[in-house]
Design a protein. Structure first.
Length: 263
């Protein structure tokens, strides 16, 4: 089977890194099932990609903070007769207020969206991939998983989970032809900081810290195809990760406390 007859499911495809995954995978001939809350954005993108690349492009509007959503997405794919060969668990956001000032439903939503939904979608689609002997899964983590923890944020902990979980699943699935890659981008141009409410501070960060989503996505697809379990895109991010990772935990704690640009 070639990518021309394979289907990719992408969450958070209405903007940023997810929409960029959709563009790259459609250009490679994958049929797409695009998921996010903003149906109008998904429909515009689906129309454009179907026209440009001649692929089948379906959309499903869902709030992935809803615990019922992973099963609803997969049921919709089955209804459309699409079996998922390539899964990109990308949808995400971060709160930036103090932990005790954030209402519990918001924190629970972050955990559901980036941990539970991501894990359940993997659990739902992996058996089919294993059965067919081919599959690719990219779980979008963050450089935050390899960096000192940020004060108040659940984000660092959540993205650490995504990275470690992806490595564990890669060990289990790889003998069956299914590769899992944790993608750990650094600062990437998208709507992330508008949603987080930190655009002003983000714009003051030096340009060397930033990557374009196209570069991140290209490197991620190359990594998952070649079976790399963790992908840190960009030279600067790779250097940062290799410098920060070996630091003793007490120093990581102090660095995390001292250098939080979003505090
Ligand atoms: N940009 C960065 O600097 C950066 C760095 C490291 C990691 N990341 C990670 O990259 C991933 C993509 O982020 P991005 O930078 O592309 O941000 P973005 O431009 O804000 O896109 C986020 C996507 O997630 C979707 N989403 C958010 N909440 C959702 C929900 N409840 N249900 C369904 N979809 C939801 C959004 O769609 P709707 O609003 O339409 O639902 C949107 O398509 C995230 O996991 C993020 O943590 C980003």
């Amino acid at each position: 089977m070639t990518s021309a007859s394979r289907t990719a499911l992408i969450t958070g495809a209405s903007a940023g890194i997810g929409a960029t995954f959709a563009r790259h995978l459609a250009a490679q001939g994958y049929h797409l099932l695009l998921v996010a809350r903003r149906a109008d954005r998904l429909q515009d993108l689906a129309r454009e990609l179907a026209q440009r690349h001649g692929v089948r492009c379906e959309v499903f509007s869902a709030d992935l903070m809803d615990p019922a959503s992973p099963r609803a997405v997969v049921a919709h794919a089955a209804q459309l007769g699409m079996s998922i060969d390539f899964l990109v668990n990308n949808a995400g956001l971060s709160g930036h207020r103090k932990f005790i000032d954030t209402p519990w439903p918001e924190l629970a939503g972050e955990i559901q969206l980036m941990m539970t939904t991501l894990t359940e979608l993997t659990h739902l689609v992996a058996p089919g991939m294993v059965q067919r002997g081919w599959g690719r899964i990219i779980n979008v983590s963050s450089l935050a998983a390899l960096s000192p923890p940020g004060e108040s944020l659940l984000y660092s902990a959540i993205k650490s989970y995504v990275m470690v979980m992806s490595q564990s699943m890669d060990m289990e699935f790889k003998p069956h032809g299914v590769h899992v890659t944790a993608l750990c981008p650094g600062f990437t141009h998208s709507e992330f900081h508008d949603v987080m409410g930190t655009r002003k501070t983000a714009n003051q960060l030096p340009p060397i810290l930033w990557q374009q989503p196209q570069d991140v996505v290209q490197e991620a697809i190359k990594a998952v195809m070649s079976g790399k379990p963790v992908c840190v895109p960009g030279t600067f991010n790779k250097i940062m990760a290799s410098l920060m990772r070996p630091l003793p935990l007490w120093l990581q704690y102090q660095l995390g406390k001292a250098f939080n640009p979003f505090k």
